[in-house]
Write a protein that binds this ligand. Structure first.
Ligand SMILES: *[C@@H]1O[C@H](CO)[C@@H](O)[C@H](O)[C@H]1NC(C)=O
Ligand SMILES: *[C@@H]1O[C@H](CO)[C@@H](O)[C@H](O)[C@H]1NC(C)=O
Ligand SMILES: *[C@@H]1O[C@H](CO)[C@@H](O)[C@H](O)[C@H]1NC(C)=O
Ligand SMILES: *[C@@H]1O[C@H](CO)[C@@H](O)[C@H](O)[C@H]1NC(C)=O
Ligand SMILES: *[C@@H]1O[C@H](CO)[C@@H](O)[C@H](O)[C@H]1NC(C)=O
Length: 510
């Protein structure tokens, strides 16, 4: 469906024998209770599809949840770096979600899952770069850190994980992400070996798990990078909106979306009954259990092969263990919520306003690099910004997918990645080479500039709102950059009945 070519890039990662029970997605510090995609991939074991083939059966919410853990125990196809022959790679912009983390909430009255967050080559999952990565991070004071990042630990380092702490699984997921792109681009000369500080842009939110995820990714991408050339930028908002975060309409859409979610949830009798049952087992008020977001912790148990928590009877409740069946009910409601969310469409409006500042910044960078790359132009001293890494959260990636029109994409798993690649087609000559004299270079006509968009290694370019298959020309195997620029600067706002970000954010809808 998405790709019919056969890939020749495949990376051998490590078969790790972990006994994992099925798992389910839960979200981070999200303002919107989003969940994974509506249906699971048919071929869970082999290649997972970003847009799953619609199954005729009901999706199994527990099986579907497997993919969310993103257990680094298999080889995955990655389509980054694929282009028609002779196209030149101009720049790459990556947005990642942090890797596997310890829960943000604990389930009342239960023991927290026992996980060690220190990094060790003798613990699973292993990775050949792990020791070198740890060693490299110890020299991190030589890098430049925007405040307050300098005071955040560059490695997870607690033998009993803290809430929200990145685990070794999370580090390995990002080392792998970085390596995948390293291999994908190494023959395309994206960065010279003596890259300049200006050519690499790295930014992260102020959480240790995003900072550490970003560093692990960067290390996989640029092994043993030169610290003195690196500046790590801080984004205080999970929307990466910098100085353009104020947008009253965005907040209104978010509140409307939260009311929709709430209505859907309370209408689900099966869900309500499940929470009552679980609360009775534990001996806590149902309201307290719901507020404690039990899915987040159950998910961690599942991703780490730990059985669900139990409580003895006589501890205030009826006692017993939380069950996979209960887990499946909550998970199913999250899947239903995804479907309802798309149907209603308010989330998309929120997402467009949420991600405009990031997309605008990305579009501006791309345009700058594209201009600077024109044939005959001398590259600017120090080069242009050709590689950007933004390390964020599910509440960053989910709206980004929605804003791009990738509404069917699965909810961002741990260490999910969105990659924008910009390419230039080969120059065309007006004067045949053998007839050309000196000084006739001007007759070289620049190639066109295109972009590709990839989600978790799959090419989703022609699923985006700005490059529908209908707009695809046979002669253009990729999506013209101008489609993207026009979308970001104007067309994106049409569903808000507005022509610009400012217009959409501040006008009154009443
Ligand atoms: C990888 O782990 C998943 C559980 O997350 C499991 O279902 C799958 O069988 C494992 N694959 C391999 C190749 O071990
Ligand atoms: C973890 O790193 C932080 C920041 O570098 C440090 O303050 C803390 O003492 C370390 N903790 C452990 C257990 O090593
Ligand atoms: C790292 O970069 C700095 C600044 O560009 C340079 O002076 C130094 O020689 C580099 N170090 C290595 C090991 O390449
Ligand atoms: C969008 O980019 C333009 C430059 O093309 C800039 O002037 C403007 O401030 C940006 N807007 C936002 C909201 O970031
Ligand atoms: C769009 O906005 C214009 C002017 O603000 C208004 O006249 C028009 O009725 C709006 N259309 C819709 C569909 O809301």
């Amino acid at each position: 469906m998405l790709l019919s070519q056969t890939g020749h890039l495949s990376f051998l990662f490590f078969i790790v024998s972990v006994n994992l029970i099925p798992t389910t997605p839960m979200q981070d510090e999200r303002p919107v209770h989003a969940a994974d995609g509506p249906v699971r991939a048919l071929q869970v074991k082999s290649r997972k599809r970003v847009f799953p083939v619609r199954p005729t059966m009901e999706p199994d919410p527990v099986l579907e949840a497997y993919s969310y853990c993103n257990t680094p125990n298999r080889t995955e196809q990655a389509w980054e770096g694929h282009s028609p022959a002779d196209y030149k790679l101009l720049s790459v912009h990556v947005m990642i979600r942090h890797g596997d983390r310890y829960p943000l909430y604990s389930i009342p009255k239960t023991k927290r899952p026992s996980i060690d967050c220190t990094l060790s080559a003798s613990r699973e999952p292993p990775h050949p770069l792990l020791n070198r990565f740890v060693n490299h991070m110890s020299q991190g004071t030589r890098g430049h850190w925007e405040s307050p990042l300098g005071s955040i630990s560059r490695l997870p380092n607690h033998s009993a994980c803290e809430m929200g702490e990145l685990t070794q699984t999370g580090v390995v997921q990002q080392l792998i992400n970085g390596q995948i792109l390293h291999h994908a681009y190494k023959h395309h000369g994206l960065l010279p070996s003596d890259w300049s500080p200006r050519q690499v842009w790295m930014e992260t939110t102020g959480k240790s798990r995003t900072l550490q995820s970003g560093m692990a990714f960067l290390y996989g991408f640029l092994p043993d990078f030169n610290w003195t050339k690196l500046t790590v930028r801080h984004q205080w908002s999970t929307l990466f909106c910098g100085a353009a975060c104020e947008c009253p309409a965005r907040n209104r859409y978010l509140e409307e979306e939260q009311r929709r979610q709430y209505r859907l949830r309370v209408a689900d009798a099966n869900l309500e009954k499940t929470y009552v049952d679980m609360a009775r087992t534990l001996g806590v008020p149902t309201r307290q259990l719901r507020a404690a977001n039990p899915m987040d912790s159950l998910l961690c148990h599942l991703c780490h092969g730990l059985s669900f928590p139990c409580v003895p009877s006589g501890a205030g409740g009826s006692g017993g263990c939380l069950t996979v069946a209960q887990f499946a009910v909550i998970r199913q409601q999250q899947l239903d919520n995804e479907v309802d969310r798309r149907r209603v469409g308010v989330y998309r409006k929120y997402a467009i306003l949420a991600m405009y500042p990031y997309l605008n910044r990305t579009a501006n960078k791309m345009e700058r690099v594209a201009k600077a790359s024109k044939a005959g132009l001398r590259p600017a001293a120090g080069g242009e910004e050709v590689f950007t890494l933004s390390s964020g959260h599910d509440v960053t990636m989910a709206p980004l997918l929605s804003a791009l029109g990738l509404e069917e994409a699965k909810f961002p798993r741990f260490a999910a990645r969105i990659v924008f690649e910009m390419w230039r087609s080969p120059p065309t000559t007006k004067v045949p080479v053998k007839k050309r004299g000196k000084g006739e270079r001007a007759n070289l006509k620049d190639g066109e500039v295109f972009i590709r968009v990839l989600y978790n290694g799959e090419d989703v370019t022609f699923h985006t709102a700005f490059c529908h298959p209908a707009a695809r020309h046979v002669s253009q195997p990729l999506c013209p950059l101008r489609n993207f620029l026009t979308f970001i600067r104007k067309d994106m706002f049409s569903i808000l009945n507005a022509t610009s970000y400012k217009d959409a954010c501040f006008k009154h809808f009443e």
